[in-house]
Design a protein around this ligand. Sequence first.
Ligand code: CO6
Length: 470
Amino acid sequence: MTVRGSFPVIRRLVSVQHLHKWCSSRVQKAPLVYTPLSYNVSVIHQHRFFRTSYAAAGPILQFKLSDIGEGIMEVTVKEWYVKEGDRVSQFDSICEVQSDKASVTITSRYDGVIRKLYYDIDSIALVGKPLVDIETDGAGEQTPDQDVMETPTVSLEEHTHQEIKGHKTQATPAVRRLAMENNIKLSEVVGTGKDGRILKEDILNFIARQTGAILPPSPFHEIQPPPPAPAAVAKPKEIRPSPSIPAPVAPRPVFTGKDHTEPLKGFHKAMVKTMSAALKIPHFGYKDEVDLTQLVRLRSELKGVSESRGVKLSYMPFFIKVTSSYLAAHNIGLAMDTPQGLLVPNVKNVQMLSVFEIAVELNRLQSLGAAGQLGTAELTGGTFTLSNIGSIGGTYAKPVILPPEVAIGALGKLQVLPRFNAKDEVVKAHIMNISWSADHRIIDGATMCRFSNLWKSYLENPGSMVLDLK
Ligand code: CO6
């Protein structure tokens, strides 16, 4: 139903929504943009020609940001230790990058001259994309298999075990991952590689020394019983167990599971960004219960009619219609549990649709969602969201606002419960709880309370909808 302008509460929601949209569009324009540079060989050589007369120059190589582990796909460039034209050697520090987990110093894998820095300070650098171009020294340049990173100087997560103030270690990402997976601090491992670089063998030897563990490359690590103590090996005859003491039973191998770190992708990654943006919104919650006894009756009357037209009629079309009470275009989003995860498609222009038409569109969105075919058209432009968590279970929720919207409602499970009627008699009632969250910068509690009361009154007296329905 459309009740535009006739309620002060609704007018306030309209104006604040516009204000909020304006603010949010600015927030959404925040960086997170990476422009990959496609290189053309002639351009590189021209660049070289003008910038250097370096005689023994080799090819210009793109030094790419290697996999840092822990599913990190992008980092922020915090500091450059080199500038264009600087000469670097292998393992010289190039820059400091920061992920949401740690700060890492990236070191050079080549000897040569820095020809190009790809990012400004505070830009987002992507794993696998070029960081710098290095004009290497001669054609026979050594190219180690993997980029080398120095130990993070600031570790934000305890389990990385890589914070060693004033002491830097060198190891490839694969070696770091091996150390991390086995809870080993790199600072405690003696590196036997070039310039003290820690090799995979160093980690395996460290584990063997500590626990006697042998780590086969399988999903499970079989921890072998420790080898005999050196003293026992050196002086076997001095240790004579008494005949009365039973021979020690060989400890059984212990199997430890192996955790996997999965990078966040697709819609899940988008959820991280949206919900992180939502964290900046000061949410307040407002909850109430709604007696849907009459609506339950009404729906059961209309359900058969709807089904005879080939459309499933749940309660959602009613909830959506009643929520459609503000803004010029009422695109009511609904949280949908799909095989791809949580998605929020919206029903466009609800102000122009009947309950039946909403049900038709809802059925279409559900089919698309189940088939993994919801697209940008369905997923953008929402103005208000309802989340029917009650279709899965639960009574109350604390829904999180989907920016740039300013409010959201979570519907609880519809339950049959005893309630008192106007004559003080206990009656069987169909009760559903509604949990609203609103942006307190824009909406105050009283506004939300009035809005909720209006919403509730339409649903508790569905006959009254007929008066205002468009
Ligand atoms: N209570 C009791 N029964 C319900 C309810 C509630 N709340 N909701 C639906 N139903 C009934 C519904 O009437 C149907 O009954 P019959 O017609 O008699 O068979 C039946 O359950 C199935 O309904 P269906 O789910 O198919 O359709 P509906 O239109 O109600 O819901 C949907 C569509 C897309 C919202 C739903 O399928 C869905 O995906 N729900 C999950 C939404 C979700 O994941 N929300 C969590 C988001 S995160 O909010 C969040 C704050 C956190 C917790």
